[in-house]
Design a binder for this molecule. Structure first.
Ligand code: HEC
Length: 185
């Protein structure tokens, strides 16, 4: 009797300690897993952004207003449409240069296809690339204030291709804030 009584008194206390230790172990065991989940999500989100610039395909760009269509000769044989967000459209309408921060331009492109219903008509075939320019004069100060992104099937192309963007836009359109496309009349 005398030997079991102290044991009975100790056991609830021991149970509390055991439960606390178990909880602590569970928490500590879960911590790296939770952390790795959080870290795994960040690179996954970043993977959709372009190298160098971290530009992503903007939401809702398919509903944006048309700035101008364009056509590219062989070998690409593409139809293109440059569209812009409201900041871009306002700047175009006001003839404002340079484009203000927040401007986003998207160039959509499709293979040129012959209309099955009307031989002389050319229509968009398969989508090829989505190209994006984002104006942020501080973040992209080294490239005229523009961040670039080129996407095929929704995925950014490699860093090498992204190194070519600014050079060509600078060579051809420096006096128009590095933007080739003019508002279609
Ligand atoms: C060899 C020249 C050249 C290179 C390299 C180039 N572009 Fe362009 N880009 C053009 C031309 C020319 C236009 C005008 C529209 C057209 O002809 O398709 C244009 C248009 C654009 C537009 C629409 C706004 C504008 O300036 O008219 C975007 C957005 C764009 N390019 C993004 C990119 C991105 C992103 C890259 C790099 C991955 C890139 N460009 C590389 C020549 C180039």
């Amino acid at each position: 009797m005398t030997s079991t009584e102290p044991e009975k008194k100790r056991s609830p206390c021991a149970t509390v300690i055991v439960v606390a230790v178990v909880l602590l172990v569970v928490l500590l065991t879960c911590m790296p897993y939770l952390l790795s989940m959080a870290l795994a999500q960040a690179p996954a989100a970043r993977a959709e952004a372009s190298p160098i610039f971290g530009v992503t395909i903007p939401d809702g760009y398919k509903q944006w207003e048309l700035i101008a269509p364009a056509e590219e000769a062989a070998p690409l044989n593409e139809l293109r449409a440059v569209v812009g967000n409201q900041t871009a459209i306002d700047a175009y309408n006001d003839g404002k240069l340079p484009f203000p921060d927040g401007t986003i331009l998207v160039k959509r492109a499709w293979k040129r296809a012959k209309s099955p219903e009307f031989a002389s008509a050319t229509i968009p075939g398969a989508a090829t690339t989505v190209q994006v320019m984002v104006k942020d004069s501080r973040k992209y100060g080294a490239t005229g204030g523009w961040g670039f992104g080129r996407f095929v099937n929704g995925r950014p192309v490699d860093e090498g291709q992204h190194r070519t963007c600014f050079a060509c836009h600078e060579a051809g359109a420096k006096d128009h804030d590095y933007v080739f496309t003019r508002l279609a009349p």
